[in-house]
Structure formats: C-alpha cells, structure tokens
Write a protein that binds this ligand. Structure first.
Ligand SMILES: *Cc1c(COP(=O)(O)O)cnc(C)c1O
Length: 378
C-alpha cells in the first residue's frame, strides 16, 4: 500500500481484523443461517465497495444498505449478490430499486402494494418495539386478514419476515425475549411459507444468542435464516457483556507544529485553556472537519510516542492541540494516534465515543470524506 496518503490525517483499516470479526459472526450463525453484512453509511464509514470486495469471497448471503442509491452503486460495482435496502422507501423510489434488482423492506399495506406493482422482492418488517419502521404488531394482530391476503397475492415477491432488536446490547437483554415473543405472534398469524426467510439479529443479538442468551424465546420460533451484523464487523463493541470485536480502525494525524508556551498563554478558540506554567503544545493536522468530535476539547486524549497526552483547548475544524509536556522528543512530522494502538497504549472507539457523549457508530460514520482510508493487509 502506498504511503502517499499518510501526509496529514488518515484512517487505517485492518482487513484481516474485519475478516476475523466476520468469521465470528459466521460462527454465531452456526452453519444454518447466512450472514448478510450491513454496509450502510459507506460500511460504517470504512468504504462500502472496499468492504464488499473484501467480503464477497466469503460468500455472504447478500448485503444490507440504507438507500436505493447505495444499492445501485453496488450493482454498478459488479455486485450480483442480493442487496436489501433496509430503510423504507419514499414513494417514487420503487422504479429505481426494481431496475437495480434490489430487495426492499415494507411495513404497511400501502408499501406492500407499491412493492408488488413495481415487481420488487420484499421483506416484511414487523415493529416489535423499535418504533421506527415496520408494521406495528398491534395493527397486524387486530386485522391480520388484509395483510395475509396482500402477502398471499404477492407470491414469490415476499421473501423475508423480520424485526429489529432495540436493546440486545444491554445487560441481561430482557427486552430481547419480549421482542422475540412478539415476533413469534406475528409469525403465527402470518404463517409464512417455507421460502420466506426469518431474520432478527444485529451484531448484539447474534453475540447474545451465540452465548446462550434469550434461548427459550428463540426456540419457540423457526430458525432464523439470516444474521444482519454491522458494528461488530467494523470493530465497534456491541455491549459491555458481549464478546469484543478485533479493532479494525485506526485514526492518525501528523504533528504539524510544536510550540513552547509560558504560564498564562492561551490555546484555541475562546482561549478556554491557559498554560499553568511552561508547556509544550503539539498541533495535530486533524479537526472536527474530519469527524473528530469537537466534544474532545479539553477532554479527550491522544497517543504520541506510545504515551497518552491530553487534548487542550478547543478542537477546531482542521487542527487539534495536545499538551505534550510529558513526552520527550516529539518532532513535527511525527504521527499521533486518535483511535487505535501506538506501542503499549491504545485508544478505543468506545473511549472516544464516551468523551464525546455518543456511540461508536456515530464516531465511525462521522469520519470525514477528507480522510483517506488506507487498507492494510497483514
Ligand atoms: C444497522 C442495522 C443492523 C446492524 O446493526 P449493528 O448493531 O450495527 O450490528 C441490522 N439490522 C438493521 C435493520 C439495521 O438497520
């Protein structure tokens, strides 16, 4: 891999780690279910076509995207596997989805009708508590007749029946049993033909149930045909009690200035940090314009020469300042690590998300277009 991209700030992606995480999901699938990796939001910021090219040789069951646009882009890239668009379509998108040979999700009589008239293969989502998409369970149970008729007349176009877990990452995950029981009541009233695939698990659900969680509720259901993992593949943890993924992403930036300050000198917009005494400050060529959360201002930590140093002053759009007084020998051109390992120390995505009051998903998908993604193969 060329090192040209490592001039200012960049993302390193470890292909081998991503593959190990994928295989962990395959093991969770236990041989009877296919893995349908979610590559939405440009594969959680890593690069959709690169991730897809990496995973295709492992014969995934297909790929999950969020937009018709992304699905069409994958077709243009030569992907002939199944592609499922997991966000409900806005009316009018059906024609493009059909032309791209994409599968869609539906959650109402109206969207079933729209999918059918466009000849779209579809998955019916049942809303068992997520409350953002899918046919609300109560609506289905109060009048299952009409939906059943619509599904029967859809024939082969009806390919999947699924729900989405909202709390599989939480300790003990009691809500998973509730959602699985609700899903079961949908399966019972709809009586899908064997050709219709059932699927439920995201990364957390897959890891939870691979570890024996929510077993009784799952055993009352037919086996799931697909897993839909996302975050675990890309190195984000799914929950404090679930197996950790191998880290996949590192975020690095060059030191572009070093300055010695005296007591009282200030750093950054708003002069929110003031040197208590003689202090050495390194300026890193990365900022919130690259997706580094501004919330790390006076709060986060970065690695230099394998040591943790604090971010001081406000993160600005293109630059971030760190107090390197404790580290000898830092030079302009040295590489700082904002996510990932440097020697004995590592900063995790979870840690950065914690400083920023958000979740690893938002950190990854927020990594800016300005950062080159450098794929490393071991
Ligand atoms: C994003 C998404 C997933 C993947 O979730 P992770 O928590 O990233 O594993 C699975 N299913 C649906 C419907 C999704 O939208």
């Amino acid at each position: 891999m060329s090192t040209d991209a490592r001039t200012r700030a960049w993302v390193e992606v470890e292909a081998a780690a991503l593959l190990r995480n994928y295989r962990r999901m395959q093991r969770a699938a236990g041989g009877h279910a296919g893995v349908l990796p979610m590559v939405k939001a440009d594969a959680y910021g890593l690069g959709m076509t690169e991730v897809v090219d990496l995973l295709r040789p492992l014969r995934p069951a297909g790929f999950g995207v969020a937009t018709v646009e992304a699905g069409v882009r994958l077709r243009g890239h030569g992907v002939d596997e199944r592609i499922v668009v997991f966000t409900p379509l806005a009316p009018g998108e059906e024609v493009r989805a059909a032309r791209g040979g994409l599968e869609v999700v539906v959650g109402s009589l109206d969207s079933i009708a729209r999918a059918c008239s466009a000849g779209l293969v579809f998955h019916l989502e049942v809303d068992t508590g997520m409350g953002r998409a899918g046919l609300p369970l109560a609506e289905l149970l109060s009048d299952p007749g009409e939906v059943a008729v619509a599904l029967r007349s859809a024939g082969e176009l009806w390919t999947g029946l699924f729900t989405h877990l909202h709390s599989a990452d939480e300790s003990g995950a009691p809500e998973v049993d509730t959602q699985l029981d609700r899903f079961r009541s949908a399966v019972e009233v709809l009586e899908p033909p064997p050709s219709v695939e059932l699927h439920v698990d995201n990364s957390a659900g897959a890891l939870l149930r691979a570890g024996g969680g929510a077993r009784a509720a799952a055993e009352r259901l037919p086996p799931f045909a697909l897993l839909r993992p996302g975050i675990h593949l890309y190195g984000g943890a799914s929950g404090p009690e679930l197996p950790s993924p191998d880290p996949v992403v590192s975020l690095r930036a060059r030191v572009v200035r070093i300055a010695d300050l005296e007591a009282g000198d200030t750093v950054g917009y708003g002069a929110t940090w003031r040197a208590p005494g003689a202090t050495r400050i390194a300026t890193l060529a990365i900022g919130y314009g690259d997706g580094l959360p501004r919330a790390l201002s006076n709060r986060g930590e970065v690695l230099l020469h394998g040591r943790r140093v604090p971010v001081v002053g406000r993160v600005s759009m293109d630059m971030t300042t760190a107090n390197i007084s404790g580290v000898e020998g830092v030079r302009v051109g040295d590489v700082a690590t904002l996510i990932g390992r440097d020697g004995e120390e590592a900063v995790s995505i979870e840690e950065v998300a914690g400083w920023a009051g958000t979740i690893p998903y938002e950190i990854l998908t927020g990594l800016g277009a300005r950062l080159p993604r450098i794929w490393e193969s071991e």
